[in-house]
Design a binder for this molecule. Structure first.
Ligand code: ATP
Length: 328
């Protein structure tokens, strides 16, 4: 807890963008103003702090954004902020505006930056998990995951139509360099035959055997969903392996890419963002510092920023078994 009374707060988005960040900004700004705080927007994450790209916001600044993807404050990765000189400049700029509390919407890298900064300059920082990967410890949900996974499902459903018309084997790559949640959820929801994710080992021989067996009994329409960081590499690498082992397979690769980051946030992401944004300001007002606001079992939960790191989710083996049975 911090004894200094917070009167002026800054809000920023940092790292990779995710749908729902705007809803979180809106909640922070309006909750802050409701409580008599002055609220400042910081543009392009930590870069904005260093370049003094900081502006005062009011309730109207966040009108008509709850439904928009991206982030009105822009986002960036800042090399300069990882240096002591960069952080010293950032602090000077905060002092100029009298800002004595920060809300950072981003991933674990952004939280590390906030923790370092706060240790050096004793400024309370509150993190909100904004990432489509859902791979942060201390929360069941992250802002953007629900939208991203629904975007993937919608796209894969369309691919299924053409896949079915041509009896093809499609390998669809979804985002997730270190995390397989988008692949797992979208794969289950679209009836994928196989799902390859970074968290679990894939038995390649088993995969080839099941595809070969399906080919023999003329089940030619097969969907494989792979996370970017799948054990055998991306979708193109996996296709090369499959082609080598099953030369007759009529395969196609589709990489969904950045469409998964964009688009209007789902109702779920708007709710999560609004809830967390409200509690970020409440946290600052009651003297909490250096915590991430998360949700566990539908209840607000605070995790120290240094513990809100990327978490390898424990994806149940049972799901993989179910996927296999349902795709037979
Ligand atoms: P994503 O999950 O989308 O990658 P992220 O928040 O993890 O989002 P990063 O690029 O890892 O994104 O971190 C955002 C920024 O946080 C970095 O560009 C850097 O400015 C700052 N940052 C990260 N780690 C540190 C650190 N140890 N010290 C100071 N600043 C840091």
């Amino acid at each position: 807890m911090n004894s200094t009374k917070v009167t002026k707060i800054g809000v920023m988005t940092s790292g990779g963008d995710s749908p729902g960040m705007n809803a979180a900004i809106r909640a922070v700004v309006r909750t802050g103003i409701y409580n008599g705080l002055e609220v400042f927007g910081i543009v392009r994450g930590y870069n904005g702090l260093i370049e003094n790209d900081i502006f005062k916001m009011d309730s109207r600044s966040v009108a008509n954004i709850i439904q928009r993807g991206g982030t009105i404050l822009k986002t960036a990765r800042s090399k300069a902020f990882t240096t002591p000189e960069g952080r010293a400049t950032a602090y000077e700029n905060l002092k100029k505006h009298g800002i004595n509390g920060l809300v950072i919407i981003g991933g674990d890298g952004s939280f590390k930056g906030a923790q370092t900064f706060s240790n050096e300059y004793d400024i309370p920082c509150i993190g909100l998990p904004g990432t489509i990967d859902k791979d942060i410890a201390g929360t069941d949900v992250t802002i953007g995951f629900d939208t991203a996974v629904n975007t993937a499902v919608e796209a894969i459903d369309k691919i299924r139509d053409t896949m079915d018309a041509h009896d093809r084997l499609f390998i669809v790559e979804v985002m997730g360099r270190d995390a397989g949640y988008i692949a797992l959820h979208s794969g289950i929801a679209t009836g994928a035959e196989n799902i390859l994710i970074p968290e679990t080992k894939t038995d390649l021989e088993d995969l080839i055997a099941s595809l070969t067996e399906k080919e023999k009994r003329r089940k030619l329409v097969n969907l494989v969903v792979v996370a970017e960081g799948g054990e055998y590499g991306d979708a193109n690498k996996l296709e090369a392996i499959i082609k080598e082992r099953i030369p007759n397979a009529d395969t196609r690769v589709c990489i969904l890419g950045h469409i998964q980051r964009g688009g209007s946030p789902s109702c779920e992401d708007r709710l999560i963002a609004s809830h967390m944004g409200y509690y970020a300001v409440e946290s600052l007002l009651c003297g909490r510092h250096n915590v991430m606001v998360g949700v566990i079992n539908n209840k607000i939960h605070y995790t120290p920023l240094d513990k809100a790191v990327k978490e390898k989710q424990k994806i149940g083996q049972e799901w993989m078994k179910i996927v296999k049975i349902l795709a037979s």
